[in-house]
Design a protein around this ligand. Structure first.
Ligand SMILES: Cc1cc2nc3c(=O)[nH]c(=O)nc-3n(C[C@H](O)[C@H](O)[C@H](O)COP(=O)(O)OP(=O)(O)OC[C@H]3O[C@@H](n4cnc5c(N)ncnc54)[C@H](O)[C@@H]3O)c2cc1C
Length: 396
């Protein structure tokens, strides 16, 4: 019987579990398997790397070898897990090795959702969800289809990641045009006034927006100078590069093939345990009691709780209110959305320098106002801790 805890995935979730587990238990053997090169990097930096003049290589703060030495673990990089057998408690690896585990942690991440696009350049559409994607993106910015550096980028999706990339491209004097089927930026996270101000600030910097339309085809322009995006309303947009940022889908295939319970993500309870004994899931691939929260703060809480559980002290994960910083320096924004389906309304205070939007529960006569979520912008972002302290925990 193996003594090892095996972690699959070298993203922030996998490496945070490894670090926390090593802190809790100096001796347990830890093996980390990753299909990529397994260097440590902070994924949120992918959408502000241009401003910081970062490359895919300089984003890696520690190599796989350094992580192996520092955390005292065995790292199997460039190695894909192809099969999970929960009865034999083994993983089959792309190298042919069969790896036994005492406990298994799935930290598989999520895949970018791809739009089914027509056109002879549909395969040039990029998305940026890991270092290799970023390397391709950076290279494409230097040399567009025309052979010239990119001057225009069409971004599909006006959500958090689409807006962050739009802002980042402005640092390279590249004009982004952001398209979305919705009517405004970050519609699920912001009230209309806050969306409007963020959009206006990005426009002041040189970005353009087209709402109520999506892309249906991407083709090479007739004169060979770029790409033509055909939109769902029949109009067209000329650009040099198309970046898709329409969302992510948790990687669940390995788990569902092994018979684990899967809904939107790999289903786990508050101990982060899947439906199979000795198998856990964390990070973007995990759905924790119905909550799919693909951000850094939730996975850090998961890593701490799981490390305690794996070292013999069962510890349920707790989710306090966890604000997310939207990396749009053109108009700093912090969001803490209300729980899905929460009843209430936005109350918005606007000045030239700040917007303070509070999502409050319907007033009970005489009862104090209950804050269920918020969106702070401009100077108001400084108050995020004070606001977060008033919002109910997601999982107490
Ligand atoms: C551009 C961008 C900006 C973001 N900005 C923010 C932000 O500002 N704030 C915030 O809180 N969150 C942000 N996020 C979200 C945050 O980065 C993610 O929630 C987090 O990094 C997910 O980490 P993860 O380890 O779960 O997944 P990943 O980092 O995707 O890691 C998954 C790992 O699993 C490996 N893997 C998958 N399948 C297999 C297999 N079969 N065999 C072996 N290995 C496998 C992969 O190679 C990879 O190493 C951002 C995300 C993106 C894309």
């Amino acid at each position: 019987m193996s003594e090892a805890v095996v972690i699959v995935g070298s993203g922030l979730a996998g490496y945070n579990v490894a670090r926390e587990l090593r802190k809790a238990d100096a001796e347990v053997p830890i093996v980390l398997v990753s299909r990529d090169q397994a260097g440590f990097y902070s994924k949120p930096m992918l959408s502000n790397a241009l401003a910081g003049k970062k490359t895919a290589a300089s984003l890696v703060t520690k190599s796989a070898e350094k992580m192996a030495e520092e955390v005292k673990l065995r790292v199997l990089a460039q190695t894909r897990v192809t099969r999970l057998d929960t009865t034999a408690r083994t993983l089959t690896l792309s190298s042919g090795e069969v790896l036994p585990y005492r406990d298994l942690v799935l930290a598989l991440g999520a895949d970018p959702i791809r739009l089914p696009l027509q056109g002879d350049a549909a395969d040039t559409v990029l998305s940026v969800n890991d270092l290799e994607d970023f390397a391709r993106f950076a290279e494409a910015l230097d040399t567009a289809a025309s052979g010239q550096p990119v001057k225009r980028v069409a971004i599909l999706g006006a959500g958090l990641i689409g807006c962050e990339f739009a802002n980042d491209l402005l640092h390279r004097a590249i004009q982004p045009t952001v398209l979305d089927l919705a009517e405004r930026v970050l519609p699920r996270l912001l009230p209309p006034q806050s969306s409007a101000r963020l959009q206006a600030k990005l426009q002041e910097g040189g970005a353009s927006f087209r709402f109520g339309v999506g892309a249906s085809a991407v083709s090479r322009s007739a004169n060979g100078s770029g790409l033509t995006v055909t939109l769902t309303d029949g109009s067209t947009l000329e650009t040099d590069l198309v970046l898709s940022a329409i969302g992510l889908r948790p990687r669940t295939q390995l788990a569902s093939d092994a018979g684990l319970s899967v809904a939107r993500g790999i289903q786990v309870n508050r101990l982060l345990a899947t439906s199979a004994e000795h198998v856990y899931a964390v990070g973007d691939c995990a759905e924790v009691e119905g909550h799919l929260l693909p951000y850094v703060l939730p996975l850090m809480g998961q890593a701490r709780a799981l490390a305690a559980t794996l070292s013999g002290k069962p510890t349920p994960v707790a989710y306090p209110a966890m604000p997310v910083v939207v990396k749009t320096p053109a108009w700093p924004t912090v969001v803490c959305p209300p729980a899905a389906g929460a009843e209430g309304e936005w109350v918005v205070n606007e000045t030239d320098e700040a917007i303070e939007a509070r999502f409050v529960a319907p007033a009970d006569s005489g009862a104090p106002e209950r804050l269920l979520g918020f969106a702070l912008q401009g100077k108001a972002t400084a108050q995020r801790q004070a606001f977060a302290a008033q919002v109910p925990a997601i999982l107490a």
